[in-house]
Design a protein around this ligand. Structure first.
Ligand code: DLZ
Length: 163
């Protein structure tokens, strides 16, 4: 039976089970590193709390959120991984760059998940301001990285269970 996890974030919509037998990759963007490092910390600590061993958690850095899906593809092409967590933060600027990056990463993550038939989790903050991002990276609105890790555990266990 899955163990329910409670923290500052509200995961009542997610059934967080055990990560004991899971191999997980975290692909994290270097852009907005102040935010993505907090997302990474949140995701990593949740995986450990749910029983994952450090040797079974691989962390890969990519330059920006645009490269998250390529990073996930490279990992899944070369290694046995139960789920990939993509972490990034795109903040609205003065140009249409925001829209291009957000759409590309959302589509890319979905495509990689379907290509390899593995959970690839969209742990990307898309905010109007840095303040909104901070609120969702360990602030008053929780930590998107923790939520992404909880989703990865649920989906990986589901994927292993259903044959
Ligand atoms: C270029 C760019 C810009 C303007 N903003 C962000 C951002 O807010 N968050 C993010 O993760 N990455 C950003 N990038 C970098 C792109 O994701 C990508 O790394 C470059 O366009 C090179 O492909």
């Amino acid at each position: 039976m899955a163990t329910q996890f409670k923290s500052l974030s509200d995961f009542s919509h997610i059934t967080v089970g055990s990560a004991v037998d899971l191999t997980i990759a975290i692909v994290v963007a270097q852009w907005n590193a102040q935010i993505t490092s907090s997302l990474l910390e949140g995701a990593y600590q949740l995986l450990i709390k749910q029983g994952a061993s450090a040797e079974n958690i691989q962390i890969i850095e990519v330059p920006g959120s645009y490269e998250l899906s390529s990073g996930a593809d490279i990992i899944l092409r070369n290694q046995h991984i139960d789920a990939v967590i993509c972490l990034g933060c795109v903040i609205q600027g003065d140009t249409p760059h925001f829209t291009f990056i957000c759409e590309a990463v959302a589509h890319g993550v979905t495509q990689v998940a379907l290509k390899y038939n593995k959970p690839v989790i969209f742990g990307v903050l898309t905010t109007n301001t840095l303040e909104q991002a901070l609120e969702r990276a360990g602030g008053i609105h929780g930590n998107k990285g923790e939520e992404a890790a909880a989703t990865a555990i649920q989906m990986a266990n589901m994927s292993k269970t259903i044959k």
